[in-house]
Design a binder for this molecule. Structure first.
Ligand SMILES: *Cc1c(COP(=O)(O)O)cnc(C)c1O
Length: 345
């Protein structure tokens, strides 16, 4: 039986071209900054993001952590969304490793933070308060249904942050999904931020790695923090080579994942017993709920797994499906057929 694994776009496997690129990669010691393949990937990433420099890290989590550590000192405060990946899913690393205080404000359903909420969270200079140092945005916004933040919105947040002497970091794990969905050059989404991290290993299908991008001075600081976290990697051209392939070959095709996500959402909307707002699905992430009490989200996950379809439970009644490379329209139709066979009431 064929398995359709919609739990995440991280389950994507490297393409044949990526495996070939790994085999042929020219290598050196990257802690000495002598790995030509890694240097090439970092140059490409910096160019794409419109930044001076970039650095390869092991994961998106490490990327966000290195960025926060490079911007903040112990006791500083970072303003971020209450549904942000950094707040919810990164093991509290910014507090645990950096002594950085998270100040959460509400994420709106479209993934944004209200400008007045950000302004209201900025601390006055007072001995009682931590020092506000950084604002973080997430694009696309994972827990807010894969919503894409617009260039205009990001520019507004950057202006607000910079007016108050703060820095802006973008968790752009899926920033290329945002660029494709909005039909803009990715640089329009990153132009105004002080740092951005993005993942190679999600929809772009590379096996490992993320990049952090920013000014030369910022990346200089980030290299030291990456080293301190044990993230200095030696012949990491092995990882960088498929990353180059990902940036060259795998971005435009993200539109297919978005089409498939919409197809899935529209199909789910037709199934009585499931709740979804299909018009909210902008990119490759689909959240939906079981409506009644007859079947729990847990039971639905188990029933589908039996039929060869894997999805993720993310709340008592809430489920997530993520479309990605290797799952076409026929895979979506098989998923919908499996969902239709379940008794909901
Ligand atoms: C996946 C993800 C990360 C972290 O990436 P890992 O490589 O899994 O550590 C960070 N931010 C967002 C929004 C993500 O979806």
């Amino acid at each position: 039986m064929r398995t359709i694994d919609l739990r995440s776009d991280t389950v994507t496997l490297p393409t044949a071209a990526m495996r070939q690129a790994m085999c042929n990669a020219e290598l050196g010691d990257d802690v000495f900054e002598e790995d030509p393949t890694t240097i090439r990937l970092e140059k490409m990433a910096a160019e794409r993001m419109g930044k001076e420099a970039a650095m390869l890290v092991a994961s998106g989590t490490m990327g966000n952590l290195v960025c926060v550590l490079s911007h903040c000192r112990r006791g500083d405060e970072v303003i971020l969304g209450d549904r942000s990946h950094t707040f919810l899913y990164e093991a509290g690393g910014i507090a645990a490793m950096g002594g950085v205080h998270p100040h959460t404000i509400a994420n709106q359903p479209d993934g944004t933070l209200r400008l007045e909420d950000i302004a209201g969270a900025i601390r006055a200079d007072n001995v009682h308060f931590p020092r506000t140092r950084l604002v973080c945005l997430e694009n696309t916004h994972n827990r807010c249904g894969g919503a894409a933040l617009s260039p205009r919105y990001i520019e507004q947040v950057a202006a607000l942050a910079h007016d108050h002497g703060l820095l802006l970091h973008l968790d752009g794990a899926r920033v290329f999904n945002a660029a494709v969905a909005l039909d803009v050059n990715v640089e329009e989404l990153t132009r105004h931020v002080d740092s951005v991290s993005f993942c190679l290993s999600k929809g772009l299908s590379a096996p490992v790695g993320s990049l952090v991008c920013g000014s030369k001075e910022f990346i200089y600081e980030a290299r030291r923090n990456r080293k301190a976290l044990g993230g200095g990697m030696r012949q990491c051209g092995i990882i960088a080579a498929p990353g180059i392939e990902a940036l060259e070959q795998m971005i435009e095709r993200l539109a297919e994942d978005h089409d498939n996500a919409r197809r899935l959402a529209e199909g789910i909307a037709e199934i009585s017993g499931l709740l979804i707002e299909p018009e909210r699905v902008q990119t490759n992430i689909v959240y939906f709920d079981v409506a009644g009490q007859t079947i729990s989200a847990e039971q639905l996950v188990a029933t589908l797994a039996h039929k060869g379809v894997k999805i993720l439970q993310v709340g008592p009644a809430r489920l997530r499906a993520v479309t990605h490379y290797g799952i076409g329209a026929e895979g979506i139709d098989l998923t919908l057929a499996a969902l239709e066979q379940v008794t909901y009431r």
